[in-house]
Design a protein around this ligand. Sequence first.
Ligand SMILES: Cc1ncc(COP(=O)(O)O)c(C=O)c1O
Length: 422
Amino acid sequence: MSEVSGILEAMRAARPVFWKNEGKPPAEKALSRLPVGMADILEAEARLARFAPFIRTVFPETGQGLIESPLVPVPSAREAIEKAYGKSIPGSLWIKADSELPVAGSIKARGGIHEVLKVAERIALEEGLLKEGSDTSCLASSRAREIFSRREIAVGSTGNLGMSIGIMAAALGFRATVTMSRDAKAWKKTLLRSRGVRVVEVESDYSEAVAEGRRKCEADGACHFVDDERSLDLFMGYAVAALRLKRQLEEAGVVTDSAHPLSVTLPCGVGGAPGGITFGLKSVFGDAVKCWFVEPTKACCMTLAFVRNTPEVSVKDLGLDGPTEADGLAVGVPSALVWGLVKDLVDGALTVEDPDLFRLLALLRDSTGRRAEPSAASALMGPLVTGGTPGTTHVAWLTGGLFLPEEVFGEMLSRGRALLKS
Ligand SMILES: Cc1ncc(COP(=O)(O)O)c(C=O)c1O
């Protein structure tokens, strides 16, 4: 049996797989073929910097108005995971804690907030609310809110993108509508409604929720649809994280070069967030960084696209469309845009079974006191699977969890602890 058919057979049986992008070109070459580059990342970074005064005004918890999360070494988690899985992790283990990202509580804040701010900036310039170079804190005024309230921003989401779009759109005064798929958790819908966001529930999967949201919004000239499957503005917002991670690594005294590679595991749904960050990291570190996507075995759409070398895939092709507890990753069809941008950059992909999400979430909590949602905990599987050397710096990108209600997290934790004992 060829390697590809062996992987496909395991995927069909919803067993975990690990695929390596063996034939990929050097990062520099792959990047040179793309229609986007470092200039686009820097433009997004500059936009976020321009909006820092506005963000500081409406979200004082961000301090200087930059929405950023800590990078933390977690030797105790490494030890706990190694012990529980009976396998060693070569190198050191760090977490990038987007699970503590202020304002929107997940990795999706990076792209979502960037796109909403880009829309707001364009309208503010057109309406004379802002001039080039003026202080964006004036956009917190009632006049600005009144102007934004004539427009709508809409999105289809499994939850966390909706949260980032909804919270930032509502903070500016836009009307915000989030169409949510059947996998979206009840507490996320409740939280959004409490922020004044209109939540439309559909009994379909994520792709259909996006299509439904897009269709409704397109019929309305005053509506901007944030398209999780097709948006470069989202992608560039995610990519900015790479510049920030570089600074954090330098501040922590961590050297990244070919003898000390960075090995980053990124939970993947439709692909935008891990894709944008991979594009950013490869642009910053070249081949000294390895980027791995991780997906639930039951929603392994991007892995399938990589293995089959085409984005025209659906997990239904494998007979999979079962629910997964990783609601943020519950996506059956990958973004063709993102696949095209990262297929020659990504180092590989792995899949994780749902019980491991809870085991890892419990191991993290009990060793460090930190919380992560199941989708985010999947990142902790990366260092066990992807290998490395004693010089490797593993970064598990913990993509969400800030807003998890305590009782919901408590149930997840009990489930993880019970699984670890059994
Ligand atoms: C917690 C979490 N992690 C990772 C992702 C993956 O992002 P993407 O769908 O852009 O691949 C999501 C998406 O919503 C998420 O909510």
